[in-house]
Ligand binder design. Structure first.
Ligand code: 5AD
Ligand code: FES
Length: 341
């Protein structure tokens, strides 16, 4: 039965839901195997590394699930200086990693020009691709940053359920989020979207829609990360996502989306000691090692016990390389551009 679905070229919502509902151990293995095959066909054996700099944990938003939410008055806030950001960018580049992800909460005290200056300074010094993950900003700012040299924008839709979106996000609208994504794409960014798996009230059908929304948006990158409860948020007592279920979502996403980059997230590594490795064997082809320096690193606490929140070097690249080669894979050289060009 599951084989019939796995062998179809294009899956509909009902079929994705049945993949996600699969409980039989053998079927689950078949699902992971198929995802691994599809990954190999479209992405090869290379694993792309994207070095993240979490340069500010200030956030104007109040997402119910996120530890950085504005109402969390317990969290000590920080902003890295331009010099600190440049130093970190250099460390990433020196490790041979050619994508730098600049991530922050929605922090408007970094104005359009501040971010533009950071982008152009990095681009001037290092031959890297730049991904921005700064939340929703003005359309004029997106344009400015593109002309300053940014290549990609990561803005997860988080949930594709238009009824739940405003519940998690202080009455904001899914449509606005999606409009931002289409705009980013229209001005030439490679775009990334995705969801959080097992948010309160979310159904399996919602998750199938999350995957389908990524297909509709024709994203270059899609990130499906497990919900992990975060203290000092309204969802602090909610259950974390299950590891196997998370892997099933990633596998189904790979089978449906085919030629997109899919990360094995820090969140899955937090759920399970070998979460990343398991993710890489269930469809993922990207890892995003964290380069945020101390003492800031542990303060970017989106959720509890975030992997490598304290140790330094966090994600030691030679350890990563080791575990990647143990899987019979190799670290990619180059920038790891969109698979759609
Ligand atoms: N569990 C998992 N992922 C989370 N994020 C925010 N809060 C959580 C949580 N509790 C994710 C969001 C956001 C990214 C930076 O972190 O998807 O886009
Ligand atoms: Fe900052 Fe969600 S709490 S964007």
């Amino acid at each position: 039965m599951i084989n019939d679905i796995l062998n179809k070229e294009e899956l509909n919502k009902e079929e994705i839901v049945s993949l996600l509902r699969t409980e039989d151990c053998q079927d689950v293995q078949l699902l992971f195997q198929k995802a691994d095959e599809v990954r190999k066909v479209y992405c090869g054996d290379e694993v792309h590394l994207r070095g993240i700099i979490e340069f500010s944990n200030y956030c104007e938003q109040d997402c119910l699930y996120c530890g950085l939410r504005k109402s969390n008055s317990v969290l000590e806030r920080y902003r890295m200086s331009s010099a600190e950001i440049m130093q970190t960018a250099k460390a990433i580049y020196n490790m041979g990693i050619q994508t730098i992800v600049l991530q922050s909460g929605e922090d408007f005290s970094f104005g359009g020009n501040d971010i533009a200056n950071i982008i152009s300074s990095i681009k001037k010094k290092f031959d890297v691709a730049i991904t921005l993950s700064l939340g929703e900003r003005d359309y004029e700012e997106y344009k400015l940053w593109k002309t300053s040299g940014a290549d990609r924008y990561l803005l997860k839709h988080e949930t594709s359920n238009p009824g739940l979106y405003p519940v998690y996000h202080s009455n904001q609208k899914l449509k606005d989020r999606v409009d931002h994504l289409y705009f980013l794409k229209s001005i030439g960014y490679q775009i990334g979207s995705g969801n959080i798996i097992s948010l309160p009230r979310q159904t399996i059908e919602d998750i199938a829609d999350d995957i389908l929304l990524c297909r509709e948006l024709d994203v270059d990158m899609a990130s499906f990360s497990p919900f992990i409860s975060s203290p000092y948020t309204p969802y602090r007592k909610r259950k974390n996502a299950d590891l196997t279920f998370t892997l099933k979502v990633m596998a189904a996403a790979r089978i449906v989306l085919k030629n997109v980059h899919i990360p094995a997230t820090t969140a899955i590594a937090t759920l399970d000691e070998f979460g990343r490795e398991k993710g890489l064997q269930a469809g993922a082809n990207v890892i995003m090692p964290n380069f945020t320096p101390n003492p800031y690193r542990e303060k970017f606490s989106i959720y509890a016990n975030k992997k490598c929140a304290k140790d330094n070097p966090l994600d030691c690249p030679s350890c990563l390389e080791n575990s990647i080669s143990l899987l019979g894979r190799k670290v990619a050289t180059g920038k790891g551009q969109s698979l759609k060009v």
